[in-house]
Design a binder for this molecule. Structure first.
Ligand SMILES: [Fe+2]
Length: 167
């Protein structure tokens, strides 16, 4: 829920997003990690592990929660089918995502919505004790991680939104 609040704040700041777009990215953010709940027990152990770094195989198993989330959310038909695509990209490693010249306006919009969810999620993880085995990061360390991926403006907005929420 915290991440969804941050995503909403980021989305409302984007002038080219419609109210439906804002609600869609907030809905995707609420559901994005549901797959963790349904992951097999050995993956649950990895999700709660303080081991760092995880091996490549372990990391792939942990990231399997993304597909489980998509399948589960698909089963109850979200209000907007774009929710599934946004969730599917929340652990992509290529932020900032390249905007190719052949992208349609809808492609660009999807990149923006995927970026908002990823930024909101990472911000919440970094500034929370309960989602991060390393413990809550400082604002400076959080921005050091976020800015190269999401830019200074979005990163600072996300941090400010997260800091407005207790705990
Ligand atoms: Fe996730």
């Amino acid at each position: 829920m915290r991440a969804s609040y941050i995503a909403g704040k980021l989305a409302m700041h984007e002038k080219d997003l419609s109210p439906r777009d804002v609600l869609t990215v907030m809905e995707a953010t609420v559901y994005h990690d549901l797959g963790k709940v349904f992951a097999p027990p050995h993956v649950q152990d990895l999700l709660n592990s303080t081991k760092h770094p995880l091996s490549k195989i372990e990391l792939e198993e942990v990231n399997g929660h993304v597909g489980i989330s998509v399948d589960y959310v698909k089963s109850f038909q979200p209000n907007d089918p774009r929710v599934l695509d946004i969730i599917a990209h929340h652990h992509d490693r290529d932020f900032p995502k390249p905007i190719e010249p052949w992208y349609t306006n809808e492609d660009r919009l999807m990149v923006k919505l995927e970026t908002i969810l990823a930024c909101a999620d990472q911000t919440d993880v970094l500034l929370s004790n309960d989602r991060n085995y390393k413990g809550r990061r400082t604002v400076a360390k959080t921005l050091k991680v976020l800015v190269p991926q999401f830019g200074e403006e979005m990163s600072k907005l996300a941090v400010a939104a997260r800091l407005r929420i207790a705990c």
